[in-house]
Design a protein around this ligand. Structure first.
Ligand code: F6R
Length: 600
């Protein structure tokens, strides 16, 4: 998500930290900062905006140990105060990840006299480490981390001591000669060293110019392997994946984990959504919801309709943003704008139409401080981290994650769902990231099927109910990155026209997970098979029946019927990706498309 660097050596730290941070610029960030131990104290320099701003304002700093950070806001606005490093006494901290219990910690530390100056969760960590510090930095870091719930990759500076640790967020140590490095991403330090130690979860490293010692939370030493990295810079930026899109597909378990972090208590069956700004009474009074969005975000909205109607009993209209501006919002509606960038001109224009209509507005977005967030009554962040591939993947998965949480929360507030029902759903939701990992690690068949698909001129995706929006998303993904004409259809709608196009040359991808519409999907599959279309089914791993009707089955783990769209999404993303790769397309930057569409 954000970028971390650290240096302990014999050269001036500041230029090395700045240079390393610049190597992470490609990922996007909103502020940057460094802390260097110099003349017996830690000096912190940080600024909003580009690293160049920070660099231009830096004095000559002689210190040879320091930490640095590029921030991509998740807790607190993107501004100078919230930029890292955060300090407490003689301690400076940079942090990636989310501390779920930071409110609780903030209250506890405030009562003990610590004064907070930022809105970040990281500052709580700095104070917490300080509260445990008694001349042994590693000990203080371990004690603090034991109090924390959530994910973290951190680098902590105290005097000339440098300590790093991680859980659920990447961190590596770079081994040099008379100097050692810390980085969240290898490209940051590739210029200085190719000898890398990959820290694992709950490992802590103490780094000096001449040594790196790694230990667990009980202070047991761990022997770590040093890996020699032979990637060039471009491959390193993609963590060795061929494209950012594939990297981002693989980041989806982590993205979803962050989407849920601190928001779900499956034991209590409760959901906490900071930023929603709706009281239980206001939620009960919502008469209707309008979901407005474009492209992939619109497809997320379509699934949102099924979720809200099914789980919370609220009628939902889903509108393409560029058309909504000509519609008349229903008074008393809640209007939810979905946009990963928060800058899409069509979505902003539609939202502005709502102003003055008496409707409350809510945004679901990935970018803190984006224009959208400044124009709504409430915001829920998807927390997917920066997405570089033009085709949306992990931001879509996280949008779905937020929509599930919202629909369940509304369902509970409106008395539509029993506590047991919510607990069951939350437990299943929490399993989804690991289930996505299983799909990602089992893609040989998908690669083979993509070879055949890549020779097609037209492909159809079909699905019903919860998986109908995923059929649309499959068609959108395939066409934008492979340039193959693709159509997504509600399976029942084929016979009302498009069936005329089905021949042995039009592969059909049928999302046929188990559920109330399974038998109907099988009938639709038979319809297209009767026209000789090759059919690939996306089906549950335990469904042995489906093989009888189709040519190939991409299997996904079984889950609650209503949650299956998240898993079928991963299958259609991988199919689209490998098909485009077979055709040698510029996957990360498809022709005519931009990551953020700021014209109407
Ligand atoms: C497709 C894609 C686009 C966007 C659309 C809306 O992969 O990325 O269809 O979904 O341009 O963008 P946001 O979500 O930023 O409003």
């Amino acid at each position: 998500m954000c970028g971390i660097v650290g240096y302990s050596g014999r050269n001036r730290a500041a230029p090395i930290l700045i240079d390393s941070l610049k190597r992470l610029e490609y990922r996007g960030y909103d502020s940057a900062g460094i802390a260097v131990f110099n003349s017996n104290s830690i000096k912190v320099y940080k600024d909003k905006g580009k690293i160049a701003n920070l660099e231009n304002g830096l004095p000559e700093i002689a210190g040879t140990v320091g930490i640095g950070h590029t921030r991509w806001a998740t807790h607190g606005k993107p501004n100078k105060i919230n930029a890292h490093p955060h300090t407490s006494g003689s301690i400076a901290v940079v942090h990636n990840g989310i501390i779920e219990n930071y409110q609780e910690l903030r209250e506890r530390l405030t009562q003990s006299g610590y004064v907070f100056s930022s809105e970040t969760d990281t500052e709580a960590l700095a104070h917490l480490i300080n509260s445990y510090y008694r001349d042994d930095l590693a000990e203080a870091v371990v004690s603090a981390l034991k109090d924390i719930r959530g994910s973290f990759a951190i680098a902590v500076l105290c005097g000339s001591e440098l300590v790093a640790a991680r859980k659920d967020s990447p961190l590596v140590i770079g081994i040099g000669s008379g100097e050692n490095f810390i980085a969240s991403d290898i490209p940051a330090i590739l210029k200085y060293t190719r000898q890398i130690i990959f820290l694992d979860d709950l490992e802590v490293a103490s780094v000096t110019p001449d040594s790196v010692s790694v230990f667990d939370f009980e202070r047991h030493q761990i022997e770590k392997k040093i890996t020699s990295i032979d990637w060039d810079l471009e491959a390193a930026e993609k963590s060795g994946y061929d494209h950012f899109m594939l990297k981002e597909i693989h980041e989806q378990p982590r993205a979803l984990h962050e989407t849920f972090a601190g928001r779900i208590s499956e034991l209590e069956g409760s959901i906490t959504l900071d930023g929603l700004n709706l009281t239980p009474v206001q939620i009960r009074d919502i008469s209707r919801i309008s979901l407005i969005a474009c492209g992939t975000s619109f497809n997320a909205g379509l699934l949102g309709k099924y979720l809200f109607e099914h789980l919370s009993g609220i009628h939902v209209d889903v509108e393409i943003a560029s058309e909504f501006r000509y519609a008349h919002p229903f008074p008393g509606s809640l209007v939810i704008a979905i946009s990963q960038s928060g800058e899409t001109a069509d979505t902003l224009a539609a939202l502005r139409e709502v102003k003055g209509s008496g409707c409350r507005t809510l945004a679901i977005t990935n970018v803190m401080g984006s224009t959208l967030t400044r124009e709504v009554d409430g915001v829920i962040y998807t927390r997917s981290g920066p997405e570089i591939g033009v085709a949306a993947t992990k931001t879509f998965i996280s949008q779905l994650g937020v929509l599930y949480l919202l629909a369940l929360h509304f369902g509970k507030s409106r008395g539509m769902l029993s506590s047991d029902h919510i607990k069951r759903m939350l437990i299943s939701l929490k399993h989804i990231p690991a289930q996505i990992t299983r799909i990602n690690s089992n893609k040989e068949l998908i690669k083979k099927l993509a070879q055949t698909l890549s020779a097609s001129n037209d492909v159809f995706f079909i699905g019903r109910t919860f998986n109908y929006p995923i059929a649309l998303e499959g068609a959108l993904k395939l066409k934008e990155i492979s340039y193959i004409h693709a159509e997504g259809y509600a399976a029942g709608e084929l016979k009302h026209g498009p069936l005329a196009l089905i021949t042995k040359n039009t592969p059909v991808i049928a999302i046929a997970t188990k559920g109330a519409t399974y038998d109907k999907m099988v009938n639709n599959i038979k319809e297209v098979k009767a026209r000789e279309a090759p059919v690939i089914a996306i089906a549950d791993e335990k469904d042995m029946e489906i093989e009888r009707y189709v040519d190939a089955v991409v299997r996904i783990p079984a889950t609650e019927e209503i949650l299956s769209p998240i898993l079928s999404t991963v299958a259609i993303q991988l199919l689209s990706y490998y098909t485009a790769k077979e055709r040698d397309c510029p996957i990360d930057q498809p022709r005519n498309l931009a990551k953020s569409v700021t014209v109407e």
